[in-house]
Structure formats: structure tokens, C-alpha cells
Design a protein around this ligand. Structure first.
Ligand SMILES: [Zn+2]
Length: 412
């Protein structure tokens, strides 16, 4: 941990000048070391800063430990701090010894700082109330925290309320660099045993944690903390949350959706849930009614063909697979046909210049093992599918005439 880094000493400096100490090619990019460390390197679950160095675009910053060339072990200074090189990935070569003006992508930095600070408050409060530890933290499109104990949604909503109260009180965020002796007497949250300089971050009394990330200067700057979901994860839970502008964008997006739904359903936004439930109930009733009508339709058709023997081919429009199967099943039980093929037409398509159709099929028989003939039948109708010896189902691509011919040739 580099106490002298600009992002610790003067955290709200957005631009600075730095001399290029080295520049080496790496694939089609260049790795640059700077005299001033103002860009935050990836670490502690927080992504690296982006920005520009002169005209070069900075896409990544990584901390690389310096190792002893003989033993291969990581080297440390007299205080126990790992000796590192901070490598900035840029899109063009920079001149060693020259000073460049550096600009941090501030919107991105602040987004990360807000999310990171909000994460501290939530983790600190969970630890205080339930004793669970933050054992994994990730920031990308959405931020996640893994806790080593179970939390219910209701418990998390209480934590969210308390965390937002800390935000509203706009408490100061302080950083402390205690020496080894002082550190012994401080009760702080930390993921691992630490050596060298330790930086503690105090989030307005809601959390005290060893951390290398960037933070806001007062809790009010976090803006808002919104927990999105909780799922069981490795014996504990994984919590998704948004802070600041991310929470606002999320709210705006969801509100737009709610307004669209409210227009579609012609009800007030507060009545959307009830209206959706009512629509689902109506849809369920309609499905039941359609099933009843279909049942009568199958019965009528079967009655018409009750004395039919041989291979029965029935072509239907607009039936889904479940309906095709029920229809075939009905014919099997109520006709004398040896084999029954029920075909539902999908969209018409052109195949090899001829007008052909896409079909879903169900073929059944109580006397013939239809599974045995599935391969031959599929070859005849550009189809695929299979199933049990009493019933197979699949799809075919051919004309109706070809379909009828294949049924008679294969199953007669
Ligand atoms: Zn932090």
C-alpha cells in the first residue's frame, strides 16, 4: 500500500503532471511507469482508473510485485511493504524522461468511489448487527458483496434503511494510518492479516475497515444505497446493490418500465401488480376454455374417423406441441387407425425453389413400434425427432404432399 500515492494524499485531484520513467511494448499496447501515482490501480475489489496520459488513452493500471531474481520471492521495504511497479497500459508509446499531463476519467472514478463507500457502510452494518464478514466483493455492471452468513430480505431492508440514514447525515469519511502498536488497540474489519503500512477507512462511524480503495469524502456524496437482491451463496449470501448514480439510473430505468406497463394495462402505476395478476387469471381461464373446446374438437374428429383403418394423417393449423400430442392421443384411443400422424404447420419457407412448409409432428400407435421407423421417416421429410415406441415427436421440412407420401411409405 503506497501511502504517498496521489489518490490517497489528495483524493480529489482529477489532473496532474507526471514524468514517464519507462515505457515498454506489450502486444499492441505499451506499459508505462510514471513518477507520480495518481491513477488508481486495480485492487481490493475495485477496478482500475481510466483516463489519458498526454494524447495516449489509458485503459488499465496494474500493480506488479517486484521479485528477487534469484529466489523468486516478493521483495519488501524495511516497513514490510511489498515493492511494486505500477504499470499503466496505454495505446501508444510515450517518451521516457518527458513530462505528460494526466487526466483521470473522473465520472468513472466517482462511480467506483460511491459504490465502494456504500459497500463499506452495508458491510460494516451487517458485521455490527449480525457478525458476518464480507468475504468477496466485486464491482462491474452491478456490485456484489458475499457474506459468510445467511441474511433474509427483511433483514437487508433494515440494513438498507440504516445505511441510507448514514448517507443523509453526511458524516465525514476519514482515513487513518496507525502504526503497528496503535493498530493492536483498534477494532477494525479486515479480510486478511496485514503487514506494512495499514490504511484504515472510517465511514462516518458506520464502518472501520482496512482498505486500499478510493472513497468519497463525506457519506452524503454516496447519494443513495439500494439493495437489489439476495441469493444463497457458498453457505452465506450474495447481495447485489447499487449506489449513487447507478442507483438513480436503475430507478429511472425501472420507473420507465413501470410507466410503460401502466399505459399498456391502462391503470395507475400503483395498480400495476393487481392488474397483472388479473390479466394472468383471465389468461389462465382462457387457456382452460381453449383446452375444453379442443377436447370437443378432438372428439368430433375422432367420431368422424372412428372406422378408419390404416395410416391416418391429420394436418392442423395453429396447434402447439402439447395440443398435437393430445390430439394424437385422442385418435389413438378412439379410432381403429394403425398409425396416426398429427402435423401442425409452422411458417412457410422456400426449400430448393419449391414451396415447402415447416411442421411439428406427433406420430403415435398402439400396435406399431413407431420409434423404430423414426430415422427413416425423418430422412424422408428433412426432419428430426424421436421418442418412445408408442409415440414420437419432432419437426419436418417438406410439402404436405411429401408428408402424406412419407407417412404411407414408412408406416404402412
Ligand atoms: Zn474501501
Amino acid at each position: 500500500m503506497e501511502k504517498e500515492a496521489l489518490y490517497y494524499q489528495t483524493p480529489y485531484v482529477k489532473e496532474f503532471d507526471a514524468e514517464v520513467l519507462s515505457c515498454e511494448a506489450s502486444g499492441d499496447k505499451y506499459l508505462v511507469e510514471l513518477s507520480v501515482h495518481g491513477f488508481y490501480p486495480e485492487g481490493g475489489g475495485q477496478e482500475a482508473d481510466k483516463g489519458t496520459i498526454g494524447d495516449a488513452v489509458l485503459t488499465d493500471v496494474q500493480e506488479k510485485a517486484v521479485k528477487d531474481p534469484e529466489s523468486g520471492e516478493k521483495l519488501c521495504d524495511e516497513k514490510g511493504n511489498a515493492i511494486v511497479r505500477i504499470l499503466h497500459t496505454v495505446d501508444r508509446a510515450l517518451e521516457t524522461g518527458k513530462t505528460y499531463h494526466c487526466v483521470i476519467d473522473w465520472e468513472r472514478r466517482m462511480r467506483n468511489s460511491r459504490n465502494h463507500s456504500g459497500e463499506h457502510i452495508v458491510s460494516g452494518l451487517v458485521h455490527r448487527h449480525y457478525g458476518y464478514n464480507n468475504v468477496g466483493f466485486h464491482m462491474s455492471d452491478v456490485m456484489t458483496i458475499d457474506f459468510d452468513g445467511a441474511l433474509t430480505w427483511e433483514q437487508l431492508m433494515e440494513i438498507e434503511k440504516e445505511a441510507n440514514a448514514v448517507v443523509l447525515e453526511n458524516r465525514p469519511v476519514r482515513e487513518l494510518w496507525p502504526d503497528e502498536a496503535e493498530l493492536q488497540d483498534i477494532d477494525y474489519r479486515s479480510k486478511k492479516a496485514l503487514s506494512g503500512d495499514v490504511r484504515l477507512v472510517d465511514l462516518g462511524g458506520a464502518d472501520l475497515c482496512a482498505c486500499c480503495g478510493t472513497h468519497v469524502m463525506t457519506t452524503g456524496e454516496i447519494g443513495a444505497i439500494k439493495i437489489l437482491s439476495v441469493l444463497g451463496h457458498k453457505g452465506g449470501v450474495r447481495v447485489e446493490l447499487f449506489c449513487g448514480t447507478d442507483a438513480l439510473s436503475d430507478y429511472a430505468g425501472k420507473h420507465e418500465q413501470l410507466l410503460e406497463l401502466s399505459h399498456m394495462l391502462s391503470v395507475a402505476p400503483s395498480e400495476v401488480k393487481d392488474a397483472v395478476k388479473q390479466t394472468m387469471d383471465q389468461s389462465f381461464q382462457k387457456d382452460r376454455r381453449i383446452a375444453e373446446i379442443n377436447q370437443k374438437y378432438y372428439a368430433l374428429k375422432a367420431e368422424m374417423m372412428k372406422d378408419f383403418t390404416g395410416v391416418l394423417v391429420d394436418v392442423e393449423e395453429g396447434m402447439n406441441n402439447v395440443e398435437l400430442r393430445k390430439c394424437c392421443d385422442y385418435f389413438m384411443k378412439n379410432t381403429k387407425a394403425s398409425v396416426i400422424g398429427v402435423f401442425g404447420q409452422k411458417d412457410s419457407v422456400k426449400v430448393k425453389g419449391d414451396t415447402a412448409s415447416e411442421w411439428n409432428y406427433v406420430i403415435g400407435s398402439e400396435t406399431v413400434d413407431v420409434r423404430n421407423m423414426a430415422k427413416t421417416f425423418n430422412a424422408e421429410v428433412n426432419g428430426r425427432g424421436g421418442g418412445q415406441k408408442e409415440m414420437i415427436q419432432g419437426s419436418a421440412s417438406c410439402t404436405e404432399e411429401e408428408l402424406r407420401r412419407a407417412m404411407n411409405e414408412v408406416f404402412s
